[in-house]
Design a protein around this ligand. Structure first.
Ligand code: HEM
Length: 408
């Protein structure tokens, strides 16, 4: 449980983004001169940060990278309890536990399983936009609502419980301003609700995500009751803020590149390629999590000794000119809709985002719905006036937009 104290108020003191949410200018210097220079974590602890594309891949793919940061004396991402402390979370497990848990869950998240959800997700995105007037806050009214609604429908949360469910999930967001006490209460209520939800699905199986997870098995192995309930919680916390950030940041970026926006409006089939460039350019909003080396690991500038802890920075890797020519140019044609998509927005290696296929569908359908439903969309305030969150993730706090005809 990661309720107290609230880590969301902590920031990255040494890694300051550039103007208009562009990547920290500091990354270019680090890649050239100090590819493992330490930086202060939000906790204040100093940790080497990997910023080169090849190094980040090496570290995330290495069998010597452990996610067990629960040993005494190790640096902390945040002060107080944080995500690294929960031994039951998938992201904190090492093989063989991680391999087993992930193999079972993976069955529910393959592209083949995810694709049938596309029309439902597209409908949710469309309905959310249909309910809004000409002027709205794209973050609160769309980017945050979309993943909440999607996860409710995928998990088969009954319509009557939507509001309660969304209130709880909003509380778990890193940017929520709820107190630790309120979060703890929400967590307890939510876990009881999730246990009941799982029991109801067991009694009356359907084809929701929970049903898939209940059925998902690896040979004779399957998720226990406790793991299932925990999984429901993990999926919400892992998938909500990340997606909300990507939709907010992506929409902001598209508004700044008017010609590319007009192209998308004329050709909504470009949405999938645009989503990939948004993921590369603007994602992920937070870094990958820290890794502890269990053996010496060779990287481009030397050896990371066994026992050291390092932070692989995905955003820096995604702007490495050795991997992406002219990386600071935002270009929705950089990647096609089809792989390969060599960016590291979903990480790399054993902990690569479990739900990357689902996240891709959400982001693509969000972009497509905006282009189709709101072709005249633009910022309602100067881009420089947009306020950015200062928590662990980084996205516009609000994005006032308008789709009123210009001059009206
Ligand atoms: C655009 C949105 C998303 C982005 C950019 C994103 C990014 C990531 C990244 C970078 C990691 C690996 C972190 C590391 O290795 O330190 C990760 C892991 C994970 N993500 Fe996502 N994610 C997104 C959406 C989602 C969604 C929608 C879900 C679930 C519904 C989800 C579930 C997970 C889970 C369970 C893990 C842990 C996997 C493991 O440890 O094996 N993510 N995500």
């Amino acid at each position: 449980m990661t309720a107290e104290p609230d880590p969301h108020r902590q920031t990255w003191p040494d890694i300051v983004p550039g103007p208009l949410g562009t990547p920290p200018p500091e990354f270019a210097r680090r890649r050239a001169e100090g590819p493992l220079d330490p930086a202060a974590m939000p906790s204040g602890d100093l940790v080497p940060v990997a910023v080169r594309y090849e190094d980040v891949r090496t570290l995330l793919g290495s069998a010597a990278s452990s996610r067990n940061l629960r040993l005494p004396g190790l640096p902390r991402l945040v002060s107080g309890m944080g995500i690294d402390d929960d031994p039951d979370a998938l992201i904190n497990q090492d093989p063989p536990e991680h391999t087993r848990y992930r193999r079972i869950m993976h069955a529910a998240f393959t592209p083949r399983r995810t694709e049938p959800w596309r029309p439902r997700i597209a409908r949710i995105a469309g309905e959310l936009l249909d309910e809004l007037g000409e002027e709205f806050d794209l973050v609160a009214a769309f980017a945050v609502r979309l993943p909440g609604q999607v996860v409710c429908r995928l998990l088969g949360v009954p319509h009557a419980d939507y509001d309660r469910f969304v209130t709880w999930t909003d509380m778990f967001l890193t940017t929520s301003t709820a107190t630790g006490q309120a979060r703890h209460r929400a967590y307890t209520e939510f876990m009881a609700y999730a246990a009941d939800l799982v029991a109801r699905h067991r009694a009356r199986p359907g084809d929701d995500l929970i049903d898939l997870l209940v059925q998902a098995r690896d040979d004779e192995d399957r998720l226990t009751e406790g793991e299932l309930v925990n999984t429901v919680f993990s999926l919400i916390t892992a998938g909500h803020e990340t997606t909300a950030s990507m939709v907010s940041r992506g929409a902001f970026r598209l508004m700044l590149h008017r010609a590319q926006w007009e192209e998308l409006v004329a050709r909504p089939d470009l949405a999938a390629g645009a989503a990939e460039e948004i993921l590369r350019y603007d994602g992920p909003p937070a870094s990958a999590f820290m890794r502890r080396m269990t053996k010496d690991v060779e990287v481009s500038c030397g050896t990371l000794p066994a026992g050291s802890v390092v932070l692989p920075n995905l955003n820096a890797a995604n702007h490495d000119p050795s991997a992406f020519p002219d990386p600071e140019r935002f270009d929705i044609h950089r990647f096609g809709a089809q792989p390969p998509h060599p960016h590291l927005a979903f990480g790399y290696g054993p902990h690569r985002c479990l739900a990357a296929a689902l996240a891709r569908v959400e982001l693509t359908e969000a972009v497509r719905a905006l282009a189709v439903k709101r072709p005249t969309l633009r910022l309602a305030v100067p881009a420089e006036a947009v306020e950015w969150s200062d928590g662990l993730t980084y996205r516009p706090v609000a994005l006032p937009v308008t789709s009123a005809a210009p001059g009206s």
